[in-house]
Design a protein around this ligand. Structure first.
Ligand SMILES: Cc1cc2nc3c(=O)[nH]c(=O)nc-3n(C[C@H](O)[C@H](O)[C@H](O)COP(=O)(O)O)c2cc1C
Length: 309
């Protein structure tokens, strides 16, 4: 019997709809003893650039009520390391891999996409145009519908891989950005990245984070993320929903709002096996409701999705 959880996202076949969110699972190696990467829908890698990036000065994280702030600044070992070390390892583990791509300018994104286009180990790309913690690149591209359009269009010309574009909630109208990303040829939307926030240390009387501001994630942002996914369901592209998913109930809400699949980030820091618990919880829920496949949940609560889907 076909698995109830087997599904697809923007043309990428998935064992189940639960993915590791970029930057919260590294390249999978550190978690392998607890979370076999083949048990996930897919591993979305840490944001990766052409050359290694050093990231921001410490402190880079701080806990908040119901979440955390991070200002890692996209530290990563670069494309060569990804290709020579991480992709072969992930493939040896049977993982489905989506590479999260970052760059400081359009050409860097394009070069990354072209270099990964022919690699069998890569199932798709997720363009990060929404990181709030870097000066150049990241959110600078995702904050304006037309710069987002130009970037996605340039990348689209250089790759046939399924292209997800990760959107920022730190904009006036996320739907407008999504529509231009769709017009530029994206295959799917990832939503949401973190919300800009900060914390101040009462002893030093200075901002806690070395970068002053950081990105808020975890349960605190779930209602914001869910509303974004709900609205994005009308754009007509499959949505990978994320932001504050803590357990299978949260995941089911995102699916019912219109997400084709979900990604889990901060919960993994608190409960390393959270993603596997969510997979098991969804499976049981589908069985109890007598549903044959998880796709029957997608958009169930959202009339806009049902109208456009
Ligand atoms: C420590 C940390 C590092 C992150 N790094 C990246 C990254 O490299 N690229 C990216 O697109 N998103 C990155 N994110 C954002 C997450 O992928 C996700 O969009 C966000 O945290 C919301 O999901 P969550 O509340 O389940 O963590 C990072 C988040 C955290 C907490």
């Amino acid at each position: 019997m076909a698995s109830r959880l087997a599904t697809s996202l923007a043309g990428i076949p998935l064992r189940n709809p639960v993915l590791a969110a970029s930057g919260t699972f590294g390249y999978g190696r550190e978690y392998a003893g607890l979370v076999p990467p083949a048990c996930l829908g897919a591993v979305i890698t840490k944001g990766t650039s052409l050359e290694p990036w050093p990231g921001n000065p410490p402190p880079r994280t701080v806990e908040t009520v119901a979440g955390m702030l991070n200002a890692i600044g996209l530290e990563n070992p670069g494309l060569a390391h990804l290709v020579e070390e991480d992709l072969p390892w992930l493939q040896s583990q049977g993982a489905t891999v989506i590479v999260n791509v970052v760059g400081r300018c359009v050409d860097e994104y394009v070069e990354m996409a072209a270099a990964l286009d022919r690699r069998r180990e890569v199932a798709g790309l997720e363009l990060n145009i929404s990181c709030p913690n870097v000066d150049k690149g990241g959110m600078a591209f995702g904050s304006h519908p037309e710069t987002a359009y130009a970037l996605v269009r340039a990348v689209r010309r250089r790759t046939r891989l399924p292209l997800l574009v990760k959107l920022s909630p730190n904009v006036t109208d996320i739907v407008r950005v999504a529509e231009r990303v769709r017009d530029a040829g994206a295959d799917g939307l990832s939503a949401i990245n973190t919300l800009v926030g900060m914390a101040i240390d009462l002893d030093s009387r200075r901002p806690v984070l070395g970068n002053v501001t950081g990105g808020l994630s975890g349960p605190a942002i779930k209602p914001v993320a869910l509303a974004a996914v709900w609205r994005l369901a009308a754009v007509g592209l499959p949505v990978l929903g994320m932001g504050g998913i803590w357990d299978w109930r949260d995941a089911a809400e995102f699916l019912m709002a219109g997400a084709a699949a979900v990604a889990v980030g901060t919960a993994t820091f608190a409960r390393p096996r959270a993603m596997l618990e969510i997979v098991a919880g969804l499976e049981e829920y589908l069985e109890c409701r007598g549903l044959k496949n998880v796709s029957e949940l997608v958009g169930e609560a959202n009339p806009t999705f049902r109208a456009s889907g």
